[in-house]
Structure formats: C-alpha cells, structure tokens
Design a protein. Structure first.
Length: 277
C-alpha cells in the first residue's frame, strides 16, 4: 500500500482509498476521467473512420441525383426534337396531298355544270366563266362593264381584262333571251383575237349543262365550225381575217345547239351572237 496526496486537501491517504478520508474527495474519479479522455481520440478516430463510408455513399447518391437531373432535360429536348420532326413531316405530307389533290387546268376547264347560265345567278355565272378563263391563262379577269348598260335586268355586260389591261372584248349575256354575244374592236389584233376565242370557249363550257363536249378538243372543233361558217359566207371573196382591212362577213347559221349570228369586220367592231335553240 502506498500513500498519495489528496488533490483537494493535500493530506496523505492510501492509494487504494476510493475517497479522501479527510475531505471526501473522490480519488479514483479523476483517473477514470483521464483514462476516458485518453481513449476519446481513438473513439473519435473510430467514428471518423466508420463514418467515411456513409459520407462517401451520400456523396455518391447526390452525384447520381445530379446526373439524373442533367439527363432529364436532355431527354425532354430529345422528345421535343422528335415531336418537332414529326410536326414538320405532317406539314410536308399535307402540302404534298394538297398539291396532288389540286385539279389540273384541264380539269377546271372541263368541270361539269348541272344548270344553264340562263337559270343561275349572275354572280355564279361570272365566277364560273372567270375560273375557266384563268385555267387557260391566269392573267384573265372579268369586270362588270360600266360603259355598256344592259337593256334589262336579266342581262349583263362584262369587260375582259388581261393582266389588268382591257382587251377590248365585251361579253354580253341575256338570260331571259337565252343568248350571249362577244364583241371586240380590231379582231385582227392577235391579243384581242386570243381573248375573244378564250372567252367564247369559257362561256360554251360554263353553259355545257347538256354535256355536249367530252373534252377540250370538242369545244375547239365547235369554235372552228363557227369561224368556218363566217368565212364561207363572207360578202367579199377576198375576205380573210388579218389581211383585208375592208373585209366583212354577216350571216346566220344553226350550228349544233346554237343559232349563230355574226357581223365580223376587220377594221371595226365585230360581234358574234349565240342563242340556244
């Protein structure tokens, strides 16, 4: 047994005593605390060592979440690109279908009608004639004439323009009399003559409710018959459109379903009238 000094009162006591017999100070509590303090760093080190794995795992999880969040927008952008490409493809298909479904000029020109121009409204008739004219040449247009007043409400007169320039061709439609006429100055002028023929063709087709013409060639053939009759009945043996300025032809002939009356001059106003028989 050895003696030690009490750290509290300084008196000597046995080293085996649990507390100082003089002041009651716990002698071995300090050693226990010191021993615990000495082992604390090891425990902390142990805790630090053991916690390294959870910390690393947590960082790994956070990294994974971050990568997932970064990948998500890319996925959305990829979806947007796919939908955008699909939308473009749909638009292209619609445009192609629209172009393919667009009727050809010949189909527009030969479009069927179920009523004559005498039994339809003025607006409907003019719209149909203009549509057929523009199928032949998009520069043609119709304008209700203000220079020639019709004799009655069932008649109307139309100026024909080409590229917004008057062609000097007038179309008159008498719905009550079931007739139409074409008049023009200087029929020998090539542009006027072409407009004259195009309008005649458009009106004949717009009034083809009896299906007289199965194709464009049939209409051209009918117009050729009209001009053949005009030339054949010329008052001048030298009559020839475009060469003799004084030549003229006046006559009347039944050609197919129309009664055709004409006064054709090279150097003055010419008129061809067709009345349905």
């Amino acid at each position: 047994m050895a003696l030690i000094k009490c750290p509290e009162c300084g008196k000597e006591v046995s080293n085996r005593a649990e507390a100082c017999v003089y002041c009651g100070y716990p002698l071995h509590q300090r050693e226990k605390t010191q021993n615990e303090g000495a082992s604390l760093p090891q425990e902390n080190m142990s805790v630090g060592s053991n916690s390294e794995e959870p910390i690393t795992q947590s960082a790994s999880n956070k990294l994974t979440q971050l990568l997932d969040r970064q990948r998500a927008p890319k996925g959305k952008r990829g979806n947007l690109k796919k939908w955008g490409a699909l939308a473009v493809a749909v638009v292209v298909v619609i445009v192609v279908i629209a172009v393919v479904a667009q009727p050809s000029p010949e189909e527009v020109l030969m479009e069927d009608v179920t009523e004559s121009i005498w039994d339809r409204s003025r607006e409907d008739v003019l719209s149909g004639i203009e549509k057929r004219l523009q199928a032949m040449d998009s520069n043609y247009a119709l304008e209700i004439s203000t220079s020639d007043e019709p004799e009655n409400e069932d008649s109307f007169v139309v100026d024909i323009t080409y590229n917004e320039t008057p062609t000097n061709v007038l179309l008159s439609v008498g719905q009550e009399d079931k007739m139409f006429s074409l008049a023009a100055d200087a029929l020998v002028n090539e542009e006027t003559y072409n407009a004259f023929l195009c309008v005649m063709k458009a009106v004949l087709l717009e009034n083809d409710w009896k299906d007289r013409y199965s194709n464009i060639e049939d209409v051209d053939q009918y117009i050729s018959e009209i001009f053949d009759a005009i030339e054949n009945q010329s008052l001048s043996e030298q009559y020839n459109i475009g060469t003799d300025p004084f030549a003229s032809s006046t006559g009347h002939e039944s050609i197919s379903d129309y009664s055709v009356i004409w006064v054709v001059r090279n150097n003055n106003r010419s008129t061809i009238l067709l009345a349905e028989q």
